[in-house]
Design a protein around this ligand. Sequence first.
Ligand code: BJW
Length: 224
Amino acid sequence: MHPPRIVVLTGAGISAESGLPTFRDADGLWEGHDPMTVATPEAYDDDPALVHRFYDERRAALARVRPNAAHRALARLEDALGDRLHLVTQNVDDLHERGGSRRVHHMHGRLRAAWCTACDERTAWDGPLGHRPPCPSCDVPALRPDVVWFGEVPHGMDEIEEALWECDLFVSIGTSGLVYPAAAFVHYAAGNGKETLELNLHASEASVDVGQSRRGPATDLVPA
Ligand code: BJW
């Protein structure tokens, strides 16, 4: 018998115990803030300095945190399953990679990358962008964070749909299930007869639709 094909979707909750705040929990990034003021293309057009400050601070914070036991456990799962594991993350941090995962599908982009709106090139980027540095490819100072904001299309949706269609099990870890299209993956998988499992500290929007739920911190549940 073949080992199972698994699609894992991770959200901010998997990086919380590394010290990165989630979005919607108490003390989260958006507590007391309207996400529409930093996470839409319109917000960027209106006040690019504010948006750059938000992402420059988060990019700098990445250097101060480390992957946790949950990230490392998913890397071990990849060692065991190879390409039968499709790891999709909504997170823009690089903790999966630093935890040892080699193939990570960043559907909402990456904090350590810049996207040039003039020439469309994407570049690895570790420093700030708020001072409007020139694009290494075209020299135009038109670099923005390479992340997917509300109203933009997440990366690699066809590939995710195919992986969900082919998998035996769909697992969501540490995500509130409030943001689409990721929030619909569990319905798509369950509707096509796949096993579904949720690992989360609390009940989420997806809990009622999921086959099995485990409650607890990701650093306990994922290695287990
Ligand atoms: C723990 C834990 C621990 C804590 N252990 N667990 C109406 C209906 C349907 C859709 C829409 C609609 N109106 C608008 C839309 C579309 C819109 C949308 O979903 N809006 C909602 C507000 C309703 N979506 C879009 O615009 C998307 N694009 C799109 O739909 O394009 C059309 C299209 C799709 C497909 C094909 C073709 C066309 C784009 C969405 C982009 C989202 N971007 C952000 C910002 C990214 C950059 C950045 O990081 O700043 O992505 S928003 C933000 O939310 C970020 C996250 O990836 C995303 C999800 O958040 P996440 O990860 O779930 O975090 P939290 O904080 O919500 O939850 C944390 C969870 O962890 C909680 O459950 C905790 O309990 C748990 N937790 N500690 C385990 N230790």
